[in-house]
Design a protein. Structure first.
Length: 176
């Protein structure tokens, strides 16, 4: 059967977003899902950077930082799940594979030469701050799209990230 131009458009739309009885408009859901997937890539990247620090940190503060980083990892894993599942609730596909994340993440590359506690604290505080900034910007964007529930997800995430930034950054603040 020949594919009409309208049929092609319908099939492109179908591949982009699933139908749902959720009352948010399709245009809103498409835009929000795209934003959720961008922040999902950042959040998964952040989580792997935290695990990297948890495994590799060395020095006199080893056990405190090793345990702190694992605690942060556990909560960031919850943020990953919240962001991904919100995208699916809105009819989207959560794009969370490692290869997709590596292509899409906007976070800075984790420094390969970080060894001592100070360098991991410096690197992780930068990663947390970068993700905190983009999560906070996402609150405003979805607020403008009148999706206050996704705004609530990003508010919870950015509030948590602010707390973890404090926990990590406090290791450096006595020096200033
Ligand atoms: Fe571990």
């Amino acid at each position: 059967m020949p594919v009409t131009s309208s049929g092609r458009i319908a099939s492109i739309r179908r591949s982009k977003i699933f139908n749902t009885k959720n009352d948010l408009s399709e245009a809103t859901r498409v835009a929000v899902v795209e934003l959720l997937n961008a922040r999902l890539a950042d959040c998964i990247d952040l989580q792997t950077q935290i695990k990297h620090a948890h495994w590799n940190v060395k020095g006199p503060n080893f056990i405190a930082l090793h345990e702190l980083f694992d605690k942060i990892n556990e909560e960031v894993e919850d943020y990953v799940d919240e962001i991904a599942e919100r995208a699916v609730q809105l009819g989207g596909i959560a794009q969370g594979t490692t290869r997709t994340v590596a292509k899409r993440s906007s976070l800075p590359q984790y420094p390969a030469n970080a060894v001592d506690g100070r360098s991991h604290v410096e690197a992780l505080s930068s990663a947390l701050a970068a993700f905190g900034k983009s999560a906070r910007q996402a609150i405003d964007t979805v607020d403008d799209l009148s999706d206050l529930d996704t705004a609530d997800v990003f508010t919870e995430v950015s509030r948590g990230i602010d707390k973890w930034l404090w926990f990590v950054e406090a290791h450096l603040q006595a020096e200033r």
